[in-house]
Design a protein around this ligand. Structure first.
Ligand code: SF4
Length: 354
């Protein structure tokens, strides 16, 4: 059985969920790595992408209390903050001498902010940095905005797009299993609702990324079902640019799970690359994996290392040990030293000429 599954991957034939489970259970780390590298090379050769980007976390006040989250605060808590639009613009302008191509904007579900804050925020950052793509608001935030504005997600997305939104980030997917969501993030929108907002975005011509938070209390069955749901949606819309498996960070949160070890991260990367035959890119998000593990992941199917980031707050609140940002030189070095060819990209993974 394992031999025929390996043969299928080599022949570029799609695996069923059962076959992916068999590969995970019976294949060793070398089988997985070799196959994922084959698939990755078929798509991208030796290229490994990165982006010159800036993260903006406009507020950490959130009405939800996801058990794995160390970023969110309640109104009035020590460390709770919300940035005015002017403050965000100043943050963006403070880096105007750098060739930033992407602004990644996400925050908590802050009930104190009016609906109009969000399109105004997008418009303001776009005006401050017209040459950069604005990748803003997870599906969870879009659902929250729809509720606040008494609108449909489609209307919210259209408003945001008119304001300058270019793409949606992939956060908030966690693990789609309804039973696990009850345990991990009971107030969060369902996996089905998350998928539906991405479907609507794709149909409206807004591309997006997808994530999965792994290495806490989920099983491999949960992981493969999550990947299958993404693959099915991608078959219908083609709107996902990239999948990002996010290793759970164990500190300062209520869940108290351990987090995945290096081998588990490599297995997850490899299976994602092999199984998601219709999502072009696989990201090793160095902030959550650490730079050295992200370098290894390039050999286990990943073709992207995200970007310069600078001032990452979410993963670091939960104990991420990585630096808070990397220079372009450091990223290029990290990729080259891993044996791959660095390619700077924009939000849509188009190569940029520096
Ligand atoms: S993960 Fe997002 S929705 Fe959940 S508590 Fe943290 S900021 Fe709020």
């Amino acid at each position: 059985m394992l031999a025929s599954i390996i043969d299928k991957v080599t022949q570029n034939v799609r695996l069923s969920a059962d076959e992916a489970m068999t590969l995970v259970m019976e294949g060793d780390i070398h089988d997985l790595g070799r196959l994922a590298l084959q698939v990755r090379r078929r798509r991208h050769g030796d290229k490994a992408f990165f982006v010159y980007n800036q993260h903006i976390n406009y507020t950490n006040i959130c009405q939800n209390a996801c058990r794995f989250c160390a970023f969110s605060r309640r109104h009035g808590d020590k460390g709770a903050y919300v940035l005015s639009i002017d403050q965000v613009v100043r943050e963006v302008q403070s880096r105007s001498s750098e060739p930033i191509r992407e602004l990644h904007v996400v925050g908590g579900l802050n009930p104190d902010l009016p609906y109009t804050y969000y399109p105004s925020l997008v418009q303001a950052v776009k005006q401050a940095r017209p040459e950069a793509s604005v990748k803003a608001f997870t599906a969870v935030e879009v659902a929250f905005l729809a509720e606040r504005g008494k609108m449909t997600p489609y209307q919210v997305l259209e408003d945001l797009r008119r304001a300058g939104l270019d793409a949606l980030p992939g956060g908030g997917a966690e693990v789609f299993s309804p039973a696990l969501r009850k345990q991990l993030c009971p107030e969060k929108i369902s996996g089905e609702a998350w998928l539906n907002i991405h479907r609507i975005a794709h149909q409206a011509g807004i591309p997006s990324n997808a994530t999965m938070l792994f290495g806490h209390v989920e099983s491999w069955e949960d992981r493969i079902s999550h990947l299958l749901a993404l693959r099915n949606l991608q078959d219908q819309t083609g709107g996902f640019l990239c999948f990002i498996p996010l290793p759970y960070q164990p500190r300062n949160n209520a869940l108290g799970a351990q987090g995945p070890d290096g081998l588990d991260i490599m297995r997850m990367m490899a299976v994602s690359r092999i199984f998601l035959d219709n999502i072009p890119h696989l990201k090793a998000y160095w902030v959550m994996t650490g730079v050295k593990t992200a370098q290894m992941a390039l050999w286990y199917g990943a073709d992207d290392m995200d970007g310069t980031v600078t001032e990452e707050r979410i993963g670091h609140a939960a104990g991420a040990q990585s630096p808070k940002g990397l220079t372009r030189t450091k990223l290029v070095q990290a990729i080259s030293q891993s044996g791959f060819a660095p390619v700077e990209r924009d939000s849509r993974f188009r190569a940029v000429i520096c």
